[in-house]
Design a protein around this ligand. Structure first.
Ligand SMILES: Nc1nc2c(ncn2[C@@H]2O[C@H](COP(=O)(O)OP(=O)(O)OP(=O)(O)O)[C@@H](O)[C@H]2O)c(=O)[nH]1
Ligand SMILES: [Mg+2]
Length: 199
């Protein structure tokens, strides 16, 4: 069971990306499960994803990175027992710090393979967020946590802009692999899957 976090700020495209990659992975014969962490009252995302026929567990309100860690390890044990997935995709809340989730995984009492931490950069709003005095440090911290940074929404971006973001982001995290996708039209999704399955 390999765990892959798809993190990123609010609205960066986590759910859209998870749906796109899990459908492609299912087509390749992988058993995929998804864990979402919704802070809102109604777990809309969980509903949308189960409508696509994907196995979804919602661990409920609160932030996955802190008080829900026990729930996460319990959920993973239940998933392993009931569904035995090959891949578990985790969508943390947009305000989680990805590494704290990985730290908490040490609580899980059975063998799991830790896949890469994928952090989405919002091609539409990312620049604005990085320029925001209050948010920029947080966004940078999320990026520094990534093994793979994914520039999303490239369907809305000029090539020049994409190149600029690649430079900007490799400056923030020189160790991360940087990919570009449109979760909406599927561009770059195959490359992302190769990277998360291989890496
Ligand atoms: N144009 C475009 N829009 C996208 C893309 N990916 C996501 N979106 C849109 O961006 C919005 C947010 O996408 P979500 O997938 O819900 O983002 P999220 O990160 O899961 O959002 P939260 O869970 O609320 O933090 C939606 O309106 C999506 O349709 C993309 O590649 N291109
Ligand atoms: Mg979402």
């Amino acid at each position: 069971m390999k765990l892959i976090q798809i993190a990123g700020f609010l609205g960066s495209g986590k759910t859209t990306t998870i749906i796109a990659i899990s459908r492609e992975m299912s087509n390749r014969g992988k058993r995929v499960a998804i864990i979402v962490n919704e802070i809102g009252e109604v777990p809309v995302d969980a509903k949308i994803m189960s409508d696509y026929g994907l196995k979804v567990m919602d661990i409920g309100g609160g932030c996955i990175c802190c008080e829900l860690m026990i729930n996460l390890s319990y959920t993973l044990e239940e998933l392993a027992r009931l569904y035995s997935p090959d891949i578990v995709l985790i969508e943390p809340s947009g305000v989680a710090i990805p590494s704290s989730i990985n730290d908490g995984l040490s609580m899980v009492k059975f063998p799991i393979e830790r896949g890469p931490i994928v952090v989405l950069f919002d091609g539409l709003r990312g620049e604005e967020l990085l320029a925001d005095e209050d948010l920029s440090n947080f966004i940078k911290r999320q990026m520094i946590n990534a093994n793979i940074i994914v520039i999303n929404k490239i369907d809305l971006l000029e090539d020049e802009k994409i190149k600029y973001f690649e430079k900007l982001l490799s400056g923030i995290n020189p160790n991360a692999k940087i990919l570009k996708i449109s979760a909406k039209n599927g561009c770059g999704i195959k490359e992302l899957i190769e990277e998360v399955l291989g890496g």
